[in-house]
Write a protein that binds this ligand. Structure first.
Ligand code: AMP
Ligand code: GLY
Length: 429
């Protein structure tokens, strides 16, 4: 196989991890990373571009001109907006679903109906586009219940309601005040499920799928799962809750049925199916699908992958995933997210970051940039989630200790991280 030119779209911690892993492949000649982030290039193969993910025409023209052999789209927004369609229209191989497939993430009404049509276990729900009917249903419904805005809402469109007043407020916020814009034109009113949550990612070419190493995210901003939801404050892999029995059920009840459903509905899908699952007393149920790699889950899963990621993703694009076996290291990985004080609310930007090199030099460590910028040739904070500090270790305990040793080497004003990443798994194990 000739060496490949790869385009990676996105600029967060997930994309940094993808670029870092792809750069290790001897099959990769060059990686064009757009818009990228200020992470120091992990390899001379990496070239940054300044085209934003929304510029689908510009990206398609660039990819064609520079003979890109494989395009990998990281975030959900460009997938939902149809970037994969624009790139495929130029004959390019794209890892990431087209607009139709991305509706599994982009519309909770579409995905709920899809789950119901194809017998994929999920919570009971009704869909509404009219406030009065939604409210009348919510009043009749046992509490607590969950109100979900249909469209993308940066992880904020799910509201837990303990009584009628909260349900009325949630529906008002989503449907009348349009707190999430057009995402709230339709809502789901869903039964409240309980149990531990686990995310399960699989790579698929639409015919076959390969489940990735398990990972557990930590969504709340403070220790002991307190405070508001965030994009994810850290992750570890493997996740002991994801037992072989559970994996077998998720394979047959979720991924296999999803692939049958996609086929029946003639929706092509090459990319990641990320199932957010709740392990309820009545069995695993899917809360949502994402149509891309998880962030920060990718920062712990990819360091554990021994296989050549470029080969795996190209095989998926060419419908050859059935011939691919993924190999994983026995080592565990832990990622501690360093956030800007105030996140997920308002936070400051522009604070100088020190200790990046010292952190990266710690045993097993790897520092992924998520929200940084360069100012006066210094790396400064720029996003809510600033860095993802990952470490590999022979055990989960060792990986956790190493990740915190590296995370503690980094300093910036009002740096915040959870101190209990992986703690539950360590206590159980
Ligand atoms: P989602 O975007 O659907 O994953 O929802 C975000 C978070 O809301 C999930 O990670 C769960 O913690 C919570 N959630 C979603 N659906 C439900 C439900 N039916 N019952 C209880 N919690 C839920
Ligand atoms: N870590 C949650 C997500 O990627 O959606």
């Amino acid at each position: 196989m000739a060496r490949m030119n790869v385009l990676v779209v996105g600029g967060g911690g997930r994309e940094h991890a993808l670029v870092w892993k792809l750069a290790q492949s001897p099959k990769v000649r060059a990686i064009f990373w757009s818009p990228g982030n200020p992470a120091a290039p992990c390899d001379s193969k990496v070239e940054k571009l300044s085209l934003p993910a929304e510029d689908s025409d510009g990206l398609a023209r660039f990819a064609e001109a520079r003979k890109v052999d494989l395009a990998v789209i990281g975030p959900e927004a460009p997938l939902v907006a149809g970037l994969a369609n624009a790139l495929r229209a130029k004959g390019l191989k794209v890892f990431g679903p087209e607009r139709d497939g991305a509706r599994l993430e982009g519309s909770k009404v579409f995905s709920k109906r899809f789950f119901l049509r194809h017998g994929i276990p999920t919570g009971r729900a009704e869909m509404f586009s009219d406030f009065a009917s939604a409210l009348a249903f919510a009043r009749r419904h046992p509490k607590p219940l969950v109100v979900k805005a249909d469209g993308l809402a940066a992880g904020k469109g799910v509201l837990l309601c303990r009584d009628d007043a909260e349900a009325e407020r949630a529906l008002g916020q989503v449907m009348r005040e349009k707190a999430f814009g057009d995402a709230g034109r339709e809502v789901l009113v869903e039964e409240c499920l309980t149990g531990p949550e686990v995310s399960v990612m699989a790579i698929t070419d639409g015919l076959d799928f390969r489940v990735l190493a398990s990972a557990q995210d930590h969504k709340r901003v403070f220790d002991r799962d307190e405070g508001p939801n965030t994009g994810g404050m850290g992750a570890y892999s493997p996740a002991p809750v994801f037992t072989p029995e559970l994996e077998a059920r998720v394979r047959t009840e979720v991924f296999e049925r999803t692939l049958v459903g996609l086929k029946v509905e003639k929706i092509p899908f090459c990319g990641v199916l990320y199932a957010g699952m709740m392990l309820t007393p009545n069995g695993p149920k899917i809360l949502e699908y994402n149509c891309r790699f998880g962030d920060p889950e990718t920062q712990v899963v990819l360091p554990r992958l021994k296989s050549d990621l470029a080969e795996v993703l190209l095989a998926a694009c060419e419908g050859r995933l059935g011939n691919v076996a993924l190999e994983w290291t026995f080592e565990a990985a832990v990622c501690v997210v360093l956030a800007a004080g105030g996140y997920p609310g308002a936070f400051l930007k522009g604070d100088p970051i020190s200790g990046l090199d010292a952190a990266a030099a710690k045993p097993g460590a790897c520092v992924f940039h998520a929200g940084t910028a360069i100012r006066d040739s210094r790396t400064v904070t720029h996003g809510g989630r600033v860095l993802g500090v990952t470490a590999l270790g022979p055990t989960l305990r060792e990986a956790t200790a190493r990740a915190y040793a590296a995370a503690d080497a980094i300093a910036f004003d009002k740096k915040h991280c959870r101190r209990d990443i992986a703690a539950r798994a360590l206590a159980a194990g």
